[in-house]
Design a protein around this ligand. Structure first.
Ligand code: NAP
Ligand code: GDD
Length: 346
């Protein structure tokens, strides 16, 4: 049987790494788009790029950028893939307030650039398209749990850009018959998570505090609630979404939520650090058993607008795609801690 060809925009990110591994396991030929950078940016995929057993390159990488229509178009035209996964984004919510125009260009218009090439090729090759949508689009919602029918209320330039991408994906599906689907993914983490996202930041810092390599961790709002899953489970959902009979939109989540503070407590417990919280608001602090202050709140990490409450109802994905998360929050935390400990030879 002819091998399927996949093209991943954003292959060097957390999800790109897990997705390429999954697709290779499923015998796809996997192409990915990387950006030119002054230092190496392929650390997450280096181990799969060169398969030591097969002694040949398993991933085929191309230079491109979401804001460069010419590169987007020429890569798709050259490869003519069966499936395109658009994971490329300026994905940090807080940073999107600092670089709103760039975020709109990459995360919003970038999606349009891909879709329009797919549309122009539709008589030559039917290409399926996956858009990496986000629970951030629900933003200020009052709904306790969010599903595909919940109204969007974006609270950041990132969420607004992703909302444009969500709608333009749906518009190209309805107007031009493109097989284009939106995943609305809630937060998902892993050992490969970017260092400035809160789970990784907490786990990295508390592990170092445990090993006496760091004294303190500074956090922002510890009372927002998130629904955290594992990236490995979520990339499987992406593949299932594109291999569904029809293009559609799906919420991917765990249906559990907790505060950042609760997450800190779980990590501390797993690391055997006993912590006590004292104070309120900006003066809230956490102390270890010896009375050392190990966590402080710093205004610097607060956002101009916050998303307080995210919890996803993934019933549709369960029913239609037969998808459900396999790993729970404790497994996720343990895996992330073990990865950090390994760096120090434990
Ligand atoms: P990530 O680790 O930040 O990876 C983002 C990827 O996009 C990287 O490969 C990055 O390349 C690439 N990229 C950024 N700007 C680009 C540009 N101008 N042109 C081409 N590539 C560019 O994000 P992730 O956690 O894997 O998430 C994957 C996607 O899912 C993102 O679109 C994110 O917004 C969305 N999402 C993530 C979550 C989550 O909780 N992880 C939840 C919902 C939705 P470099 O390596 O060169 O920076
Ligand atoms: N990053 C960060 N750093 N967040 C902090 C900190 C801190 O020091 N202290 C508290 N937080 C709070 C944030 O204010 C937010 O409420 C929550 O922790 C989670 O922040 P992030 O881990 O940065 O993730 P996010 O929820 O803003 O965005 C992630 O998930 C989205 C899906 O809902 C990203 O992966 C997005 O790309 C993704 O779309």
């Amino acid at each position: 049987m002819k091998k399927k060809i996949a093209l991943i925009f954003g292959i060097t990110g957390q999800d790109g790494a897990y997705l390429s591994k999954l697709l290779l396991k499923k015998k796809y030929i996997v192409h990915g788009v990387i950006r030119r950078s002054s230092s190496f940016n392929t650390s997450r995929i280096d181990n799969i790029y060169q398969d030591p057993l097969m002694k040949k390159r398993t991933l085929i990488l191309h230079y491109g950028d979401m804001i460069d229509s010419l590169s987007v178009s020429s890569i798709i035209n050259k490869i003519l893939p069966d499936e395109i996964y658009n994971l490329a984004a300026q994905s940090h919510v807080a940073v999107s307030f600092e670089v709103p125009e760039y975020t709109g260009n990459v995360d919003g218009l970038g999606t349009l650039r891909i879709l329009d090439v797919i549309k122009s090729l539709r008589n030559k090759k039917k290409i399926k398209f996956y858009q990496a949508g986000t629970s951030e689009m629900y933003g200020g919602t009052q709904k306790k749990a969010q599903n595909e029918k919940t109204n969007f209320e974006p609270q950041s330039p990132y969420a607004a850009a992703k909302l444009y991408a969500h709608w333009i994906t749906k518009i190209y599906r309805d107007a031009y018959g493109v097989f284009a689907s939106n995943g609305i993914l809630f937060n998902h983490e892993s050992p490969l998570r970017g260092e400035t996202f809160v789970t990784k930041k907490i786990i990295k810092a508390l592990t170092k505090i445990k090993l006496k390599k760091q004294k303190k961790l500074y956090l922002g709002n510890i009372y927002s609630k998130r629904d955290w899953g594992h990236a490995e489970d979520y990339v499987e959902a992406m593949w299932k979404i594109l291999n569904n009979k029809f293009p559609d939109d799906f919420v991917i989540a765990t249906n559990n939520k907790m505060t950042i503070k609760h997450f800190v407590n779980l990590v501390a417990k797993e690391l055997n650090i006993s912590i006590k919280w004292k104070g309120r608001g900006i003066n809230e602090k956490a102390f270890d058993q010896k009375g050392n202050c190990i966590i402080e709140i710093n205004k610097r990490y607060f956002r101009p607008l916050e998303v307080d409450n995210l919890r996803g109802n993934f019933n549709k994905a369960k029913k239609v795609l037969k998808w459900r998360p396999k790993k729970n929050i404790k497994t996720l935390i343990k895996e992330m801690i073990d990865y950090e400990l390994e760096k120090y030879g434990y």
